[in-house]
Design a protein around this ligand. Sequence first.
Ligand code: BGC
Ligand code: ZN
Length: 360
Amino acid sequence: MKAIVVKPGEKGATLKDVELKETVGENEVKLRTLRVGICGTDRGIVTGKLSFARPPEGADYLVLGHEGLARAEEVGQNVDLKEGDLVVPVVRRGCGKCLNCKIGRQDFCETGEFIEAGIRGMQGFMREEFVDDAKYLVKVPRDLGELAVLAEPLSNVMKAYNELVFVQKRSVWNCDDSTFGCRKATIIGSGPIGQFFAMVFKDNGFKVTVVNRRDPNQIEDKISRVVGYSFVNTSKGLDDVPESDVIVDTSGYPSAFIPLLRKMKRNGVLLLFGTVGGEKAEITSDLITFFVEYNISVIGSVNASKLDFEQGMTFLSVWKSRYNGVLQDMITKVVKPEETQDAILEKEKGSIKTVIEWSK
Ligand code: BGC
Ligand code: ZN
């Protein structure tokens, strides 16, 4: 079958014929790949920036792809799915040793011996078909269809949001009407992850500002109006950025979030999500004093549990009807497998999410 593969130490990705013999066990499902999203992690792997990328043990190549959407074609006898059901596979598989992995929270694996589809130690979903254990498959609600290709990136945002709310239980953080309506969140970056953070915070009552070092493009402008958040171009200064209870960085650039900390309120949270910015930054004692004196929590967050995927699916269904065409607009490009190489190597200017269509 055809697959997009990378070889350790080599830059770029190629469409190749691979042989992967997989039989369908009683708890497994054979899946036809429909769509796979491309993200910064894939770009980090093909440009050699993400040093942790590796093929499965014994293999000399890695099939890329972790943002999958597939259709069940053959269902094992113990599996509660039907032929034709759409599913999204979970990315990370646990070490089998630590308690977090044993209870399905491999996103908090303690040994670090987990594997991740299309990233480290496990073949990914950029291929025509694959077999997977049903416990790692999230069923797609009927109304969502191919928009469910957005579920994986959103699951990461769900987890990060849930963590933030958990950490903020350290004090009373709700407003005097019980909601989060008095709280303000500022999100750095207007890519898919930034947009999802904006929507999740907005739907939880926060006032939301998304910042970037440029003006919004047409699609971003539309999304900001439909969802109801402000977009601030920080290259013109920080005056329009409100004092915030939460600052989320999706860029991975310290030069983007450190200056913004001036806008952080007491008891606030700096949520770090972006990676591979490739910058060096200075941590001064003034900055440390600020973190201490203002009770700032800094949260790093990666990956997601199956529950976060399920919660994300529900949000996607709501947004599909609430935010008139916005999810569709976020998928700015659909490419064929043969066109993937270029799409992975460089993010097209003005694009939000590019997906590969493997089958309809
Ligand atoms: C994926 C996560 C994964 C992470 C690894 C992200 O792009 O969505 O599932 O854990 O990369 O850094
Ligand atoms: Zn991704």
